[in-house]
Design a protein around this ligand. Structure first.
Ligand SMILES: [Zn+2]
Length: 310
């Protein structure tokens, strides 16, 4: 299995030469409107991105999923789409980008989106595609194909979280000579940061954490978003346990409505608003309310930390 950031970049450039939809959407991204909210220790950027409407408004109930053609299955990919094989996966250009360089990395096989068993693949991808941050959206946490296993990758330096996480207040939950697991509670979104040079240690501790997260009725895994990257021989992996898939404002009628369906990118500090009215309307308070609503509460966070420390 071999893959480099350079190969991924070459794929992107060749696809932009031959695939009009991808070219149009990546070009549009260059002039996309953004604004930023400053919360003193960190920032949240808002990106007005109309091409993301399909994903943000995606119907992911069992019936809708059954009745549509899976857009990540090899047989259903657009004719122009080319991929780089990577073991059981292929690296594809995401034609509806958020990042200036944005990839989707699905398995060839049509199999449920579940992180247990493939977290190690995420670490491998982060190491091989070192110029990119790899992310995972759980089946009820922003994945628009909850029935087909996939990761995404976006170029480093885009998400405010990558830098902020270094300086934000952290508490050590677990520490060994191989790994540190931090809890982050002063970031408006409760989360964990795993820092290690050892892949096996990362998988062991990830599984432990995963095992302590709440599994909701009828779900196959605890609701999570994960961002992982590799830097100077070290993996950084941020796990966001989720309380809710979509916030109140997503379903609200009239003035209260904001079409925002948060996933890894939003939790990484870039909120996506596919509609202009929402881009204009959204305030700092909305960002704060949404994060509070979709991430786990301080009480639940404390319970997980207590279990990890036992
Ligand atoms: Zn599929």
């Amino acid at each position: 299995m071999s893959l480099t950031s350079k190969q991924a970049k070459e794929l992107l450039h060749s696809q932009l030469d031959e695939w009009i939809l991808a070219k149009t959407n990546f070009d549009a991204l260059k002039s996309v409107e953004t604004k930023e909210f400053d919360f003193s220790d960190f920032a949240i950027r808002i990106q007005f991105n109309p091409a993301r409407i399909q994903s943000s408004a995606a119907k992911i109930d069992a019936k809708s999923i059954r009745e549509r053609k899976c857009f990540l299955c090899p047989d259903n990919l657009p004719i122009e789409q080319k991929g780089i094989p990577y073991g059981e996966y292929q690296v594809l250009v995401n034609p509806y980008p958020i990042f200036p360089e944005h990839f989707t990395i699905p398995t060839y096989k049509h199999t449920d989106q579940l992180i247990a068993g493939i977290y190690g693949d995420m670490l491998d991808l982060a190491k091989d595609m070192e110029e990119y941050t790899i992310f995972y959206n759980g089946p009820k946490c922003g994945a628009s194909a909850p029935d087909h296993a996939h990761f995404q990758a976006g170029n480093k330096g885009f998400l405010p979280l990558e830098k902020e996480i270094k300086s934000i207040t952290k508490e050590t939950v677990l520490k060994s000579d191989k790994l540190i697991l931090y809890a982050i509670r002063q970031y408006m979104r409760n989360c964990f940061l795993l820092e290690t040079k050892d892949k096996d240690a990362a998988i062991t501790v990830f599984n432990k954490l995963y095992g302590f997260l709440e599994l909701k009725e009828d779900d196959k895994e605890p609701m999570t978003n994960i961002l992982t990257w590799y830097e100077n021989g070290t993996w950084y992996s941020v796990v966001f346990p989720r309380e809710k898939h979509r916030p109140y404002c997503f379903f609200a009628e009239g003035d209260d409505n904001l079409l925002i369906s948060p996933a890894s990118v939003d939790l990484g500090g870039v909120f996506i608003t596919p509609l202009e009215k929402d881009f204009k309307k959204i305030r700092e308070k909305d960002v704060k309310d949404i994060l509070k609503e979709i991430c786990i509460s301080d009480e639940k966070m404390q319970l997980v930390i207590d279990k990890l420390k036992m």
